[in-house]
Design a binder for this molecule. Structure first.
Ligand code: GTP
Ligand code: MG
Length: 202
């Protein structure tokens, strides 16, 4: 299940512009700054294949990366707060949701949730929207390396994950699969790659 080759393919701002070869793909989505681009880099063992930043709002397009010449990882813009104009954020939100609804070769969305802070309503709402629209989803908790901090609610990542899980169970009959990760320690990397290979059936 390991990544041998990874290459940037293209940036799109409309689902119609995305690659049309039908290879299976997995998309990373979540709040701005949750660590989508960092996780992609961790999965492919490259430092800067996907561009990351401390400032939320870095990724602004649908970015396709081809893995082992056979499947795609897709880095998406974040939702919620971003240091970008409201109009731009509205655009991103629209084309990302259209992408989810129209992309036939999308095997699963990986919804990233920051485990270093308490559960946020916007994430529960996003998960619920994906669920209502029957978009297959895997939950990925990020930043599990971070220590508890008073300003972040004073809880350990495990505790935040636990309370997110109990909240999400109110939205779903069957809770989505979930994985704990860190792009700093590479926790969860093999588990995600294995899960993706099982979902692709090879
Ligand atoms: P946008 O493209 O703006 O939506 O953000 P993103 O979700 O792609 O986040 P990005 O990967 O750019 O990371 C945002 C910030 O979080 C950066 O400063 C990263 O170094 C940091 N970060 C990402 N993942 C982790 C992690 O697992 N642990 C820690 N401690 N920091 C992380
Ligand atoms: Mg990004």
């Amino acid at each position: 299940a390991q990544v041998v080759h990874a290459d940037f393919v293209k940036s799109s701002v409309r689902p119609d512009d995305c690659p049309k070869d039908g290879r299976p793909e997995f998309a990373l989505v979540g709040r701005s700054n949750v660590g989508k681009s960092s996780l992609l880099n961790s999965l492919v063992r490259r430092k800067r294949l996907a561009l990351t930043s401390k400032k939320p709002g870095k990724t602004q397009c649908i970015n396709h990366f081809i893995i082992n010449d056979s499947w795609y990882l897709v880095d998406l813009p974040g939702y919620g707060y971003a240091s970008a104009p409201q109009e731009a954020r509205k655009d991103w939100d629209e084309f990302t949701r259209n992408y989810f609804l129209s992309r036939g070769n999308l095997v699963s969305v990986f919804l990233l949730i920051d485990a270093s802070i308490p559960a946020k309503k916007i994430d529960l709402d996003y998960a619920s929207w994906l669920g209502q629209n029957k978009v297959p989803m895997t939950l990925v908790f990020t930043k599990c390396d971070k220590r508890k901090k008073k300003k972040n609610g004073g809880k350990r990542p495990e505790e935040n994950v636990e309370s997110f899980q109990s909240l999400i169970r109110e939205y779903f009959e069957a809770a989505p699969p979930w994985i704990m990760t860190s792009s700093v320690t590479n926790q969860g990397r093999d588990e995600i790659l294995l899960h993706m290979s099982q979902l692709r059936n090879y």
